[in-house]
Design a protein around this ligand. Structure first.
Ligand code: SF4
Length: 516
């Protein structure tokens, strides 16, 4: 039933990525997880995000079938999905609702797939010559690179923690383009395998560690070695490369290693990554490894706007309430809120909250010294990074600082925050990265004008180090077993994909959280 529901959702909204992912993972498509991760990665590069972070994954899938990064078997499964999608979309407009549902169930159970095979699949094209295949791959990569330049460039100004990953992917695309060009111009008589080893070694010598990781886990070389791939065939001496590709393939098929958020020998982790993994490892896999896009809720958008307004107000050296409210009006328009009653109420709520924020700021005895200050430091092999919303100097000199994180969620008491990792991590970051001797921490619940101090000591610092190492070990070992609970599942964006969520959780709670 949930398969039918997923198909209904994606047919009415192709930007419903979680529904598309469920349809891809389930019969009759059954795309493997590793291929799913690769396809989402390619689709993200090929397809512009719409409003509120939406990605048209169906459009992205069509682009993925053209990419040399997607192996032939996965390409066939995607083509099967697209054919099924085309057929079902046409029937949605022409059949009566119950006839449509019955027909969809037939298609998903495979009863109608035989018809698709007979009538709707196109005969395979004859394979082009090897040199032409290499040239065709070069053309595809060139187009992909040029599209990627605009997309990556456009995202450099966004508040994101994985910008270096984006840049490295772009740089690796360029290195692969150089590789193909070098292979096309290799000396007469040199085999593809010999040239490939030599060119790869030269390119790797010029790459950063992160780029090397991406470069070495790309499927391009495997594609070059396959019959029908970019450089295969005896004429090109591709037999050795084919054997190598075959040796590599089985390991890759079962491992999500290339998709882990690697940085050097460890992982790139944020406080939110750690919280997500601890709440449910499977949810972490969907969000950070497969990177399934999810649509922002109106309340998430609200939280982001309030957060950005405060950031811009302070960055511009704002002083007056009028300046703060003018920032809100601008940010509200840019976020695409409407004139509906619900949105007008939210705007009023933001105005009231920011007016109180401004009044409180004027009364504080502490002095705000940094806003959105970034940190980056290591625990073991892992790189921890993030930003602290505001840092106040309390008292005279540089004796003590207060690290403040804004929240638009419902307030929690100090007792409820006893096991909170985020502020413990920030306290450690202030010491390790910024060299602050001492700090206090607090959450500031903006909508309620309530500051909740969270006391942390040396034992908390040791505990948080242990948590980071444990989470890092779990991710590196690809331990992504679900740990369902009402608290985690009721706010999880991946319930339609999750096999254990079926029938056990209600609709998500409304949560206003502006943590990025
Ligand atoms: S629905 Fe629950 S069990 Fe499934 S991924 Fe989300 S949090 Fe984990």
């Amino acid at each position: 039933m949930r398969d039918v529901l997923a198909w209904m959702r994606l047919l009415t909204d192709p930007q419903d990525s979680t529904a598309v992912v469920r349809a891809l993972s389930r019969p009759p498509i059954e795309l493997r997880q590793v291929e799913l991760a690769r396809v989402i990665q390619v689709a993200r590069r090929h397809t512009p995000f719409g409003g509120a972070g939406k990605l048209d994954l169906v459009l992205g899938l069509a682009a993925a079938t053209e990419s040399p990064q997607v192996p032939p078997e996965a390409r066939e499964r995607i083509q099967r999905f697209l054919e099924l999608h085309r057929a079902a979309a046409a029937e949605l407009d022409t059949l009566a609702p119950d006839a449509f549902i019955a027909r969809l169930i037939d298609r998903l159970s495979g009863r109608a797939v035989a018809e698709l095979d007979e009538h709707e699949t196109t005969p395979p094209e004859s394979e082009p010559e090897p040199a032409d295949q290499l040239e065709a791959t070069l053309q595809l990569l060139r187009e992909e690179l040029l599209e990627g330049v605009a997309r990556i460039g456009g995202r450099l100004g966004e508040l994101r923690l994985d910008t270096d990953l984006d840049i490295s992917h772009g740089a690796v695309r360029y290195l692969e383009l150089l590789k193909l060009s070098a292979l096309l111009q290799r000396p007469a008589g040199q085999s593809l395998e010999q040239a490939l080893a030599d060119v790869n070694a030269r390119l790797l010598a010029a790459a950063t560690p992160l780029q090397r990781e991406i470069f070495q886990t790309s499927t391009l070389d495997a594609t070059l070695g396959q019959p029908g791939g970019a450089g295969g065939g005896k004429a090109n001496g591709g037999g050795g490369a084919l054997a190598r590709a075959s040796a590599v393939a089985p390991r890759e098929q079962h491992s999500l290693e290339p998709f882990l958020p690697r940085k050097g020998a460890g992982l790139a982790l944020s406080a939110s990554d750690i919280q997500t993994y601890r709440s449910c490892p499977l949810r972490y896999k969907y969000a950070r490894v497969l990177r399934i896009p999810t649509e922002q809720t109106v309340h998430q958008r609200f939280g982001i706007v309030v957060h950005q307004v405060l950031e811009r107000y302070h960055a511009d050296g704002g002083q007056t309430l009028a300046q703060l409210l003018a920032q809100l009006d601008g940010g509200w328009r840019r976020a695409g809120f409407s004139e509906s009653e619900r949105d007008r109420e939210l705007l009023e709520k933001a105005r009231v909250a920011l007016t109180r924020y401004h009044a409180r700021l004027g009364e504080e005895r502490s002095e705000p010294v940094w806003f959105e200050r970034q940190f980056s430091f290591r625990i073991g092999l892992h790189h921890l990074r993030g930003r602290v919303d505001r840092v106040d100097r309390v008292g005279e000199g540089d004796a003590e600082y207060e690290l403040i994180d804004y929240k638009t969620s419902r307030p929690k008491s100090a007792e409820q925050l006893r096991d909170d990792v985020q502020l413990s991590l920030y306290a450690l970051a202030a010491r390790e990265d910024w060299g602050l001797k001492s700090s206090r921490q607090a959450y500031y619940y903006v909508l309620d004008d309530l500051k909740v101090p969270v006391v942390r000591d040396e034992r908390d610092a040791d505990a948080v180090r242990g948590i980071v190492l444990e989470v890092g070990d779990g991710i590196l070992a690809q331990e992504f077993e679900p740990t369902p609970s009402h608290a985690a599942c009721s706010i999880c964006d991946y319930r339609i994909v999750c096999p254990v969520a079926e029938g056990r959780v209600a609709e998500p709670e409304t949560v206003l959280d502006m943590s990025l």
